[in-house]
Design a protein around this ligand. Sequence first.
Ligand code: ATP
Length: 134
Amino acid sequence: MTPFKLTVMTPDGIAYEGEAVSIIATTDEGEVQILARHADYLAALGTGRVKLELPDGTVRTAASSGGFLTVQNGEVTLSAVTFEYKEDIDLERALRAEERAKKELSSAKDARDERLARARLNRAVSRIRIAREK
Ligand code: ATP
């Protein structure tokens, strides 16, 4: 597979910079796979799995939420609001966040509270699912 340049940016810094042969990301409209020579593109990221495949065959899985995926002149950039590689996910923390978010959801006083609680719950559930994947 043909490599392309990939940069993964997070508010904490660069999570990946180098060549990749494929990236699968969860956008607002579902999972999207980008390969070399993809047309220019921009999509808003949802909450879910990111899978990077590197030229040496290494596959890295991560949980991400929010941000953008762009392709410009063949270079791919994923700018995520949150991004954790599978091995860096703190499962206990995510389980606690899930419980807290469920409580927040059941006691939400207005639509805004409910939207925030639902988004937090989605992030926690996504982290739990990805951390537990084989
Ligand atoms: P929590 O209530 O557990 O703090 P949260 O929903 O408030 O979760 P986020 O706003 O989604 O947290 O993320 C804040 C920061 O914490 C981000 O940098 C994110 O990567 C990191 N983070 C959140 N949860 C986890 C986790 N379970 N494991 C590793 N990093 C996490």
